[in-house]
Design a protein around this ligand. Structure first.
Ligand code: 13P
Length: 309
């Protein structure tokens, strides 16, 4: 690492970013110092939209593997690199392409909606993609006579089912280990302790069904940033991964945030460091590249989602 030449890693990354004509995209769960220097910080949908429209030659994606894959699918001519290739997603690993093919064989008229937290190989088998910010909207456009399978997040699926009125929707039993540990009892305790606070919740939360009635807003991480900015309230109980605190605090220095669980930390998201960012920009690797045939198939469900977003 050439810290001595550059003075700091931030400076090194800034020089390399220009030299490589790179854009740095960071998810709202990234470490603070990465969010601070990123060109765009956002939720899965916003980062997908930024990737699709960037004119940079290189995309340095600071998120988890399926996010970089999605960028590669949408930008086949660009180099997509990640700081740490091992930053995966346990939820995305909970469904495999052959399982979707099997369901489709049994339900030839059925429609499969996949959360963006899926591999490119799974997306290639699905009809619609969605994120936590548009799942309800996507499910609602599917004709009423079509049976729906929603994969892999059971809790987001439950939320989409409840808010779209689609009783004929089958839900996969996947879950995010980081969101599943958030407990209704803790939310109730915090609400009693902070009666003035608003409670905002991510739909991946494992206690979604039990806590839904307590929430002032159920939304994606970007939805939380917007909701808090526009709310006149000064105190918020937040149910999602702790990385969200960076933007909430930065945008609202006069507001207070209490995490529903301080242990909700995604160890994959936290694998990226400034050292790894600098190395990735220097070496233009590790690269995430989805093979053209697979990318062509997987793009269909993502583009359907983007057209509806
Ligand atoms: P959003 O990016 O849609 O807020 O979802 C967060 C998440 O859990 C990503 O895995």
């Amino acid at each position: 690492m050439s810290e001595k030449i550059y003075g700091s890693l931030e400076e090194e990354i800034s020089v390399l970013r220009k030299k490589r004509h790179a854009v740095i995209l960071a998810h709202n769960y990234q470490n603070d110092e990465i969010q601070q220097l990123a060109d765009f910080t956002g939720d899965s949908l916003r980062l997908c939209q930024e990737a699709a429209k960037t004119d940079a030659e290189v995309i340095l994606f600071c998120g988890v593997h399926f996010m970089a894959e999605t960028a590669s699918i949408l930008c086949p001519d660009k180099k997509v690199i990640v700081p740490d290739i091992d930053a995966g997603c346990s939820l995305a690993d909970m469904v495999r392409p052959e399982e979707i093919r099997q369901w489709k064989q049994q339900h030839p008229q059925g429609v499969v909606v996949c959360y963006i937290n899926t591999s490119a190989a799974v997306k290639a088998e699905c009809d619609y993609c969605c994120t936590s910010s548009n799942a309800v909207r996507i499910v609602k456009v599917i004709p009423k006579n079509k049976e729906i399978l929603f994969v892999p997040d059971f809790f987001l699926g439950t939320y989409a089912k409840a808010n779209s009125g689609r009783d004929d929707m089958s839900l996969w039993r996947g879950y995010c280990p980081t969101h599943v540990m958030i407990q209704t009892s803790e939310i109730e305790r915090l609400k009693a302790e902070h009666p003035q606070a608003e409670f905002i919740m991510h739909p991946e939360c494992g206690c979604l069904t039990k806590s839904m009635h307590l929430a002032d807003k159920i939304t994606s991480t970007e939805g939380m940033v917007k909701y808090v900015r526009e709310s006149p309230k000064k105190e918020f109980i937040v149910a999602t991964e702790v990385g969200i605190l960076y933007r909430l605090r930065k945008d609202n220095p006069d507001k207070t945030f209490i995490m529903a669980s301080e242990h909700s930390i995604c160890s994959y998201m936290k694998m990226h460091t400034l050292e790894k960012l600098a190395l990735a920009l220097e070496n233009l690797q590790p690269e995430v590249k989805v093979a053209p045939d697979l990318a062509k198939k997987a793009r269909v469900c993502i583009e359907r989602m983007l057209a509806l977003s």
